[in-house]
Design a protein around this ligand. Structure first.
Ligand SMILES: Cc1cc2nc3c(=O)[nH]c(=O)nc-3n(C[C@H](O)[C@H](O)[C@H](O)COP(=O)(O)OP(=O)(O)OC[C@H]3O[C@@H](n4cnc5c(N)ncnc54)[C@H](O)[C@@H]3O)c2cc1C
Ligand SMILES: NC(=O)c1ccc[n+]([C@@H]2O[C@H](COP(=O)([O-])OP(=O)(O)OC[C@H]3O[C@@H](n4cnc5c(N)ncnc54)[C@H](O)[C@@H]3O)[C@@H](O)[C@H]2O)c1
Length: 494
């Protein structure tokens, strides 16, 4: 007997056709929110997901395992306590892969349980198997046992995400030469590691392994890294990582990666060879639309397996939507969830509010962490937008000193004419949480003066907003004094 569909109490052993108002392929953040949004509108919804992948890449191999591993690394190494207790401070000296994976398995298990519970209490059917389109209104679900079941639908949401790019010139073995999906399959914490690709994944894992004491070399084809991030903050991160022994090889491409009995050798196009215990290949991801047979629905993926959508997340076949990583940038769990909700509402004519994607935050969980919202200094300069900068250093905030964070900073970019906030850039402890204060002020159309006049809890890192706001306003006043434009407030009235 094949798998049983618990929602419908039917065996998957034979072809049975069920009909749904909305079928979602993929149970990652995008798919979950699309299905639950449809169910909340009283629609009959189903999610199709492969065995052992409920929660998607996000829960099983991506966001949640990597962020949990980061917490374990920070806790066990005692890294964030060393400013206070000395550079030799460690909670545990010989940290093993087992130490790291114990915490990860615990969190992943809990998160899967939460998702299954949310789907079931909202009466969303969870169909376990591999989905393939067989027509614009029909999908075949194949269980791991090989049984088939066909379902028909009025609307579909493709939320199949991505998989790591795996070139044939790299001898992946899942233990010493790995992609980011396989990192916890490593048998030990390596002494040396090459990280291929200085994208967000590469930099987050390079940070964690450097904190564990691994000698990390990052190879990146471009001449710099994280080009969308404020340059001052990227420089600060590079300084911190170099200080922990990370070597950067920018402007170098990896030609091939070889596996040998005593380790690996990464061969660069320039002819250089880098020996290491392990290699993490994190040079991009690609959509998985081919396996989904999108052609049968009248669709075609691009050369990286991604689907094109309009501003309502409709594909070229209007009753079929696509959301999350499969549509490309920004490829974040945070945006994927919102795209899923919007697609389902659109399918059933439910109105949604405006959302301004230029005010969506980015969080990079490097060590130290980075988060920002809005424009960078370079973007504003290129667009000839005059702005002023206000900075708060964590070392001058009482909370920063209490926490032992001497390097953190919060930077505000302020429009020199109307005093609106154009960008918020945070580097250091709690950056990904702190950014939301600035995001909210920006979203509500507030100016720098709101932050100048606000009172924040003390001692907190949030107080940095007031410190940075005062810094920006002081600079604006200084210009106004010289030019005779009053106290600076009048600039906005020009
Ligand atoms: C290492 C790593 C760290 C990350 N860290 C962060 C972070 O800190 N913050 C953040 O916002 N984002 C982060 N991301 C990105 C985030 O994980 C993705 O943006 C998010 O998972 C995308 O969600 P999704 O719903 O589009 O698809 P996914 O989470 O990729 O899920 C897609 C699901 O579809 C299923 N599927 C595919 N094809 C089929 C089929 N034919 N039949 C049935 N099921 C199918 C897959 O099995 C998978 O479970 C990280 C990613 C990685 C890899
Ligand atoms: N905190 C977060 O929000 C977070 C964390 C991790 C991942 N993600 C998401 O996951 C997605 C994938 O991340 P990624 O880092 O794998 O991809 P990426 O495409 O962002 O970065 C890959 C990097 O590898 C480089 N590269 C490619 N081939 C190379 C070669 N042969 N030699 C040397 N360098 C090479 C590229 O120039 C690029 O800089 C991203 O879009 C990101 O949004 C987000």
């Amino acid at each position: 007997m094949g798998d049983t569909d618990p929602q419908m109490d039917q065996p998957l052993g034979e072809i049975i056709v069920d009909h749904y108002d909305l079928v979602v392929i993929g149970s990652g953040p995008a798919g979950q929110k699309a299905a639950i949004a449809a169910a909340k509108l009283g629609k009959k919804a189903a999610v199709i997901e492969r065995r052992d992948m409920v929660g998607g890449v996000c829960i099983n191999t991506g966001t949640i395992p990597s962020k949990t591993m980061r917490e374990a690394v920070l806790y066990l190494t005692g890294l964030n306590q060393r400013e206070l207790y000395g550079q030799s401070y460690r909670l545990k000296t010989d940290i093993t892969v087992g130490d790291l994976s114990a915490r990860t398995s615990h969190v992943v298990g809990k998160e899967i349980d939460v998702i299954q519970n949310q789907l079931s209490r909202n009466r969303v059917a969870l169909l376990i198997g591999n989905a393939r389109f067989i027509g614009p209104h029909e999908i075949e679900v194949e269980s791991t046992g090989g049984d088939h079941k066909n379902i028909t639908f009025d609307h579909a949401v493709i939320a199949v995400g991505t998989k790591p790019a795996r070139p044939a010139s790299v001898e992946f073995d899942g233990a010493t030469i790995v992609d980011s999906d396989q990192i916890l399959g490593m048998n030990r914490v390596p002494q040396s590691m090459v990280v291929v690709g200085a994208g967000v994944i590469g930099i987050e894992y390079a940070s964690m392994f450097a904190a564990l004491g691994t000698k990390v070399t990052v190879v990146e084809r471009r001449t710099s890294m994280l080009d969308f991030v404020d340059r001052e903050i990227v420089e600060a991160l590079q300084y911190q990582l170099r200080d922990r022994g990370v070597t950067f090889r920018f402007g170098e491409s990896v030609k091939m990666v070889e596996k040998h009995t005593s380790g690996t050798v990464t061969i660069l196009e320039s002819g250089k060879k880098i020996p290491s215990d392990t290699v993490l290949y994190s040079a991009g991801r690609q959509g998985v639309t081919e396996e989904l047979g999108v052609a049968a629905a009248g669709l075609a993926g691009d050369n990286r397996g991604r689907l094109e959508v309009d501003d309502r997340f409709r594909t070229a076949v209007p009753h079929i939507y696509a959301v999350g990583d499969v549509i490309g940038f920004p490829a974040l769990a945070s945006t994927a969830m919102e795209q899923g909700r919007r697609a389902a509402y659109d399918a059933f004519g439910e109105p949604v509010g405006e959302t301004d994607s230029s005010k969506h935050p980015i969080g990079i969980y490097s060590i130290p962490e980075i988060s920002f919202v809005g424009k960078t200094e370079d973007e504003l300069t290129a667009a000839n937008v005059p702005f002023e900068v206000g900075v708060a250093r964590y070392r001058e905030l009482a909370r920063g000193t209490i926490m032992g964070d001497a390097y953190g900073m919060l930077k505000l970019l302020v429009d020199a004419h109307d005093r609106s906030i154009l960008g918020v850039h945070v580097f250091g402890s709690n950056a990904a949480e702190l950014v939301h204060i600035g995001q909210t002020v920006m979203g509500c159309g507030g100016t720098i003066d709101y932050l100048v006049d606000a009172v924040f809890n003390y001692p907190t890192l949030a107080e940095g907003y007031k410190v940075a706001a005062l810094d920006a306003v002081n600079k604006m006043r200084a210009i106004a004094r010289v030019t005779g434009a009053g106290n600076g407030h009048e600039l906005g009235a020009e």
